[in-house]
Design a protein around this ligand. Structure first.
Ligand code: ANZ
Ligand code: ZN
Length: 861
């Protein structure tokens, strides 16, 4: 054994050992129970950042912990390789997205290996491999046949200068990110998944996900957004239209109705109203994202038309309003300004009447300014025959009145929309459809799959290069044999990430999308780990896909696999670090902590740039990232300190779900602890290897005490491991090392050192696998991974002595230590002999009460 800890040397050797022995390659069936641990696979952006490292470290610790707990653990890894960053990089660097992506994968794979992650590399794949996305195209065709995927027109952001469709995040303040042109909305045909058919199941099955964070389940439920309400019909000159309302109790307070700018009534009214036509066009210039709708100012225009109130028969004006979404409910609302905040703001702006029909509990019905009590449920007023009813009664009675006239019925509405998956982009999975001038949309025959994406295009920013690539685009119609064109849209990359978890069970299977036997063996994922930013879409789409694959019979024994893909979910906290800036004419300039010097005078901290000695402003602890230049490159950490130090620091500083604050001193601390472990092993080599030592026959008190404390710490650590509280597992080991370091070389103490250190190595092995591997194999000659976690020896916890509190008349006055075998009389005698207690005994001793193993109370007066 070398006298000093050299991370670089031992880590390379340990990694080579795992690689050579395929230590993390797993078979589908062994004599152990299977456990599937999955960290969300990365986008191959170029290099790992700290968020990645934290995510995969947590997953790796769980993997190794479960392996040492007796499971056959699969921890796969792959690459979520399609998507926009590759196209943007291609535009900037003039290389194809394919070669940019491949280069990144090679680099990041190496980084993974240098961090010592126990991945089963035999299962690796990229979503841009035709062997992967070909099955996705096959699945598309099955769903298309059944109508689960269908085509309809959808609205996109159109950049009139670049002549291209923009993603929502490419629209900045209503303008194209590259061209700065005002973005328009366009309607184009697109493909959709009918996820709304699964809304109820997706909502109800959330209850099965007991090992998911409550917050994530709530976010999913809100996203699905089930609302119980009523569909109400309004008649007007040209016919009739429906509105959806959750508040039919406010029906008598309707003072106008409003339709979305795209509503047919608006279109019709605009035909001979140029001003209105202009307004509608204006509305269409804003982005199409939810956020755009939520933040824009309410605007509208009257159509000059009127509708008939379904109960009173009064005329109410029809408005076009930008706050009404065409895609929700019926694209129209019955406006009740007195009780709905958006209607209120709109009515105030355009001077429309406000009629109060609900009296809230606090009685406040003033409508000078908006206040929340107006939106509460209450008792109906100004509502004729419905006066005096509460919400539930009014819902029922008004519902009956509407139904009697055929002008209303109860309705359940979902916020969830069908999932549009067409992207007008190159670097994605081609949609397997051929557009024929005579036959229309024709699915690609299964025998012609996969439709392979050409890999040598270099996009230039002016739209999808597939449109200009005749060799891809031009084809013949499978139906009529005439000239036809391939669909050039590709799929949303969320499609690939919706089923990769299942493909990892059988990455190399070529008889189908999923091997049913492998699915039965591995699914559901036992533990899924990832960032909370995926709490909604990715997890919802994966849950949806799981149900789709189940319905196609692809998942094997569904009784065993179950209806959900991820049994337990851990959402790891952010990695944060301090940020610093200067403001100048050029704007904000952000400086990295490594370039900043901290000076402390009289407890006040001041910050200076090392380069010029001038001050910079501290901007607090922020999420690590490029925008604030406050990132720390994990590669530099590994180079300087090694993978184990980085892993230990991350696991020790905070529990997985919480924010992790970067600190150089924390890293130093982790490094010191590992060096102490190494030194301990080095200095005690002879003892640690001595096979004649045993803890079974200890007689020395110091040794017995130390052993008891070690096993007490072990007991806590095992409990915390199971809860994934790795930070306290580590503190327990720090305490153990302190205990062991105080022991001498007597046979008894040496035996405890040996046992205690072997406990520590096994406990720490999942967290710092390299150093523990090296020390273990040096001392004991075999592979620590093949050893189970240490177990608590119950006898070691039993003490020879017991501590008693001594009370006099119920007040604590002293402590005594007696042999565990002491009789009641001996304990009483010891208590009376306690000097401090004796001082408080006044008068006659009436009684002595002994509570076994806890206290002695002397009653005297
Ligand atoms: C009248 C009313 C009175 C409403 C009141 C609310 C409060 P949730 O709960 O999200 O389902 N609404 C319906 N369709 C809409 C659309 N296409 N665009 C914008 N808003 C729309 O919301 C349902 C409520 O949102 C409905 O109930 C409707 O306004 C509005 F005191 O009807 B309510
Ligand atoms: Zn045809």
């Amino acid at each position: 054994m070398k006298p000093t800890y050299e991370a670089a040397v031992i880590e390379a050797a340990a990694q080579a050992f795992w690689e050579k022995n395929a230590s993390f390659k797993v078979e589908d069936k062994t004599d152990k129970p299977n456990y599937y641990c999955l960290s969300m696979f990365p986008y191959p952006s170029g290099r790992l950042h700290m968020g990645h490292v934290r995510n995969y470290t947590i997953g790796d610790v769980i993997t190794r912990y479960k392996k040492m707990s007796g499971y056959n653990v699969m921890q796969p890894i792959g690459w979520d390789a399609f998507g926009m960053p590759a196209e943007n990089a291609a535009i900037d660097n003039k290389v194809s997205p394919h070669s940019w992506t491949q280069k990144n994968i090679v680099y990041m794979r190496q980084q993974f290996k240098e961090l010592g992650f126990g991945f089963d590399w035999s299962r690796e794949f990229s979503t841009c491999d035709p062997e992967y996305y070909g099955w996705e195209q096959w699945f598309f065709l099955q769903l298309y046949k059944k109508g689960v995927i269908y085509r309809k027109k959808g609205i996109v952001n159109w950049d009139p200068v670049d002549q291209t469709v923009l993603a929502n995040e490419q629209v900045i303040d209503g303008r194209g990110w590259r061209s700065d042109a005002l973005v328009e909305r366009r309607e184009i045909p697109m493909y959709y998944f009918k996820i709304t058919d699964y809304a109820d199941e997706l909502l109800e099955d959330l209850a099965l996900l007991e090992e998911w964070p409550e917050q994530v389940r709530t976010m999913q439920a809100n996203w699905i957004g089930r609302s119980e309400g009523m569909e109400v019909t309004f008649l007007h000159d040209g016919g009739q239209f429906n509105v959806f309302t959750t508040r039919p109790d406010t029906l008598m307070g309707v003072t106008y109705v409003a339709v979305a700018p795209e509503h047919p009534i608006a279109t019709k009214a605009a035909e001979n109203n140029p001003q209105l036509a202009e307004f509608i066009k204006e509305c269409q210039k804003t982005g199409t994202s939810e956020a755009d709708f939520a933040t824009q100012e309410a605007k509208g225009m009257a159509t000059g038309q009127f509708a008939t109130h379904p109960l009173t028969g009064e005329k109410v004006e029809i408005w076009v309003a930008n706050y009404v979404l065409m895609a929700y409910g019926d694209g129209a609302v019955m406006a009740v300004p007195a009780h709905d905040a958006r209607d209120f703001a709109f009515a105030k702006k355009y001077n429309l009447p406000i009629k109060v029909v609900i009296k809230p509990e606090n009685g406040n019905i003033s409508t000078d300014v908006w206040h929340e009590s107006l939106a509460e449920h209450g008792i109906l007023i100004n509502s004729g025959e419905f006066d005096g009813l509460n919400f539930e009664e009014a819902f029922a009675k008004i519902g009956e009145a509407l139904e009697a006239k055929g002008l209303g019925k109860p309705k359940t509405q979902y916020r969830l929309r069908d999932w549009g998956i067409s992207r007008q982009r190159y670097w994605g999975c081609p949609i397997p459809i051929i557009n024929c001038p005579s036959c229309g949309e024709v699915p690609v025959p299964e025998k012609d799959l996969p439709v392979v994406l050409p890999t040598d295009c270099i996009p230039d920013g002016s739209g999808n290069p597939l449109n200009k690539l005749d060799s891809f685009k031009n084809t013949t119609c499978p139906k009529c044999g005439g000239a036809a064109e391939r669909e050039t849209d590709t799929m949303d990359t969320f499609v690939e990430s919706s089923w990769y978890y299942a493909r990892f069970a059988c990455s190399n299977y070529d008889q189908g999308m999923i091997d049913p036997e492998a699915a039965t063996a591995w699914l559901p994922v036992d533990q899924y780990i990832g960032g909370v930013e995926h709490a909604i879409l990715h997890l919802l789409y994966s849950r949806f896909f799981h149900k789709l694959m189940r319905n196609e019979g692809l998942l094997g024994d569904i009784e065993k696999v179950g209806p959900e893909p991820f049994k337990a979910l851990l959402t790891q906290g952010m990695v944060v670090s301090p940020s610093f800036f200067r403001h100048s004419a050029k704007g904000y300039e952000w400086f990295n902590i490594k370039d900043v010097e901290v000076r402390e005078t009289n407890g006040e901290k001041e910050y200076f740039l090392k380069a010029d000695g001038e001050p910079v402003t501290y901007y607090g602890i922020q999420k690590m990232g490029k925008s604030k230049n406050n990132g720390v490159d994990p590669e530099a950490i590994v180079k300087e300190y090694g993978a184990d130090v980085s892993r230990l620091f991350m696991m020790f500083t905070s529990p997985p779900e919480q924010t992790l604050e970067w600190s150089a001193s924390g890293l130093e601390g982790a490094d010191r602890f590992l060096r102490r472990i190494w030194n301990f092993a080095y200095e005690n080599q002879a003892i640690l290897k001595d096979l004649t030592l045993s803890c079974e026959t200890l007689t020395e008190k110091s040794a017995k005490d130390a052993r008891r404390e070690i096993h007490q710490e072990l007991k806590k650590a095992l409990y915390d491991y199971e809860r994934f509280h790795f930070n306290t597992v580590i503190s327990a080991n720090m305490i153990m090392l302190n205990i062991l370091s105080k022991l001498g070389d007597s046979r008894d103490e040496a035996a405890v050192k040996q046992e205690g250190f072997s406990i520590m190595l096994r406990l720490l092995s999942p967290i710092v696998p390299h150093i523990t591997h090296t020390i273990w194999s040096t001392l004991f000659g075999d592979d620590i991974l093949n050893h189970p976690l240490p177990e608590v020896v119950t006898e070691a916890l039993v003490s020879d002595e017991v501590k008693y509190m001594v009370q006099v008349n119920g007040r604590l006055r002293g402590e005594i230590i007696v042999p565990a075998s002491a009789s009641k009389e001996e304990i009483e005698k010891a208590a009376l002999a306690n000097e401090n207690a004796a001082k408080f005994i006044e008068g006659e001793i009436r009684r002595i009460i002994v509570v076994p193993n806890r206290l002695v109370n002397i009653v005297a007066n």
